[in-house]
Design a protein around this ligand. Structure first.
Ligand code: SAM
Ligand code: SF4
Ligand code: SF4
Length: 360
């Protein structure tokens, strides 16, 4: 590391806390983000998320009638916006596998807050089907897109995703998303020790000077099927050290309170990267995210064991006021802070719901 960097703290001071007050949860966190899983199916089988041994031919996915319809999703989203949500992200499973998801994007893009300001509407996709869909997504009103890509080397990429797709498909998707103006674009990579550590620098080199922000997410113990071990986590600090040795970095201030990714820029003007240190620098104290599962359950934490059913209410014909009251009550009693407890080694082992079901 260069001497100018020797005294760095790799992490800038904590973000200022989001606004507290009315509508906050049990730990004084406001509701700001809604993540919606639109399908539990995927065209890849990443071993850290949907390992083929578990999600094989015999795995029973949800039936169509069990999924929330676009109208039901939009109704829940509208109530969440009334309660403070300003950003919605569609995820899964692979969201582009949900038939006509562009129509859902269009419906959600029409929602605005009480001041008439449109909400931010984002999607996280593996990018495999993106080349043909990027234009329609943009036209439907998607404002942000994150693409997951853990390796550039085709053999490594296929090894990670169960061999179902070539890396060129994702790269073409990224190129098309840029071409149609689905920007600013982010590419997310999860690095596991001994698996794809060798891909850190190639990914950095590939996305420098492209206007795309590459972000490294620490490997997490989501779900109960990926056999997570702390030793397999390549920490954000380690990743930054490796990158900085080749391409010197300096920290960038957060854009808004509660920004999860810590931002860094290349000293030589090559652009920005980010790190999401979900394991080693838990950010539960500013977590403002609610999750809606494919079949209409609300989860207040990525590591929750149970959710609260909304589909029953929706299908029983309850009105919006009751729906809103129910969501508000769920948020109010929320005290989740799993990652902080994991860090302190005081959390109790429990069965966790799979990420593909509640939306990564
Ligand atoms: N299929 C889409 C995709 O891969 O972008 C959306 C769903 S996926 C569950 C969302 C994100 O979760 C991806 O960026 C993926 O890398 C990340 N993810 C899945 N399992 C993870 C784990 N165990 N630790 C950290 N990130 C994980
Ligand atoms: Fe599918 Fe995304 Fe999970 Fe990979 S991370 S298996 S692409 S849902
Ligand atoms: Fe939020 Fe739960 Fe993650 Fe903490 S562990 S940041 S509460 S989702």
């Amino acid at each position: 590391m260069t001497s100018s960097r020797a005294q760095w703290s790799f992490f800038p001071p904590p973000n200022p806390s989001p606004t507290r007050g009315e509508g906050s949860d049990g730990l004084q966190r406001p509701l700001r983000d809604l993540r919606i899983s639109v399908t539990d199916r995927c065209n890849l089988r990443c071993s850290y998320c949907m390992p083929r041994e578990v999600f094989g031919r015999d795995f029973v996915f949800l039936r169509r009638a069990e999924l929330l319809s676009f109208e039901e999703i939009t109704r829940v989203a509208r109530q969440c916006i009334e309660l403070g949500v300003r950003k919605i992200r569609l995820s899964g499973g692979e969201p582009l596998l949900r038939h006509s998801v562009e129509r859902l994007v269009e419906m959600l893009a029409g929602l605005s807050d009480s001041g008439g300001k449109p909400i931010e509407l984002a999607m996280t996709s593996n990018g495999v089907l993106l080349a043909k869909r990027a234009r329609a997504l943009k036209e439907a009103g998607l404002t942000r897109l994150n693409i997951s890509l853990d390796a550039l080397d085709d053999a490594v990429f296929r090894g990670l995703n169960g061999g179902s797709a070539p890396v060129t498909a994702v790269l073409e998707g990224i190129a098309e998303a840029q071409a149609v103006g689905l920007t600013p674009l982010k590419v997310n990579a999860v690095i596991r020790r001994g698996v794809n550590e060798s891909e850190i620098l190639p990914l950095v080199e590939h996305f420098r000077h492209t206007g795309i922000t590459l972000r490294f997410i620490e490997y997490m113990d989501v779900g109960s099927t990926n056999g997570w071990r702390l030793d397999d986590v390549v920490t954000a600090q380690e990743t930054l050290t490796r990158i900085d040795a080749e391409y010197p970095l300096r920290p960038v201030a957060p854009r808004y309170p509660g920004e999860v990714a810590k931002r860094w820029e290349f000293v030589d003007g090559g652009g920005e990267i980010g790190v999401i240190a979900s394991v080693t620098q838990a950010f539960c104290h500013e977590c403002s995210r609610l999750r809606l599962s494919v079949d209409g359950k609300l989860f207040t934490c990525l590591f929750a064991a149970e959710g609260d059913d909304l589909r029953g209410l929706l299908r029983a014909g309850e009105d919006d006021a009751l729906l809103r009251q129910r969501i508000a009550a769920i948020w109010k009693r929320r005290t989740d802070r799993y990652s902080q407890l994991r860090l302190a080694q005081t959390e109790k082992p429990h069965e966790k719901i799979e990420m593909s079901y509640i939306g990564g």
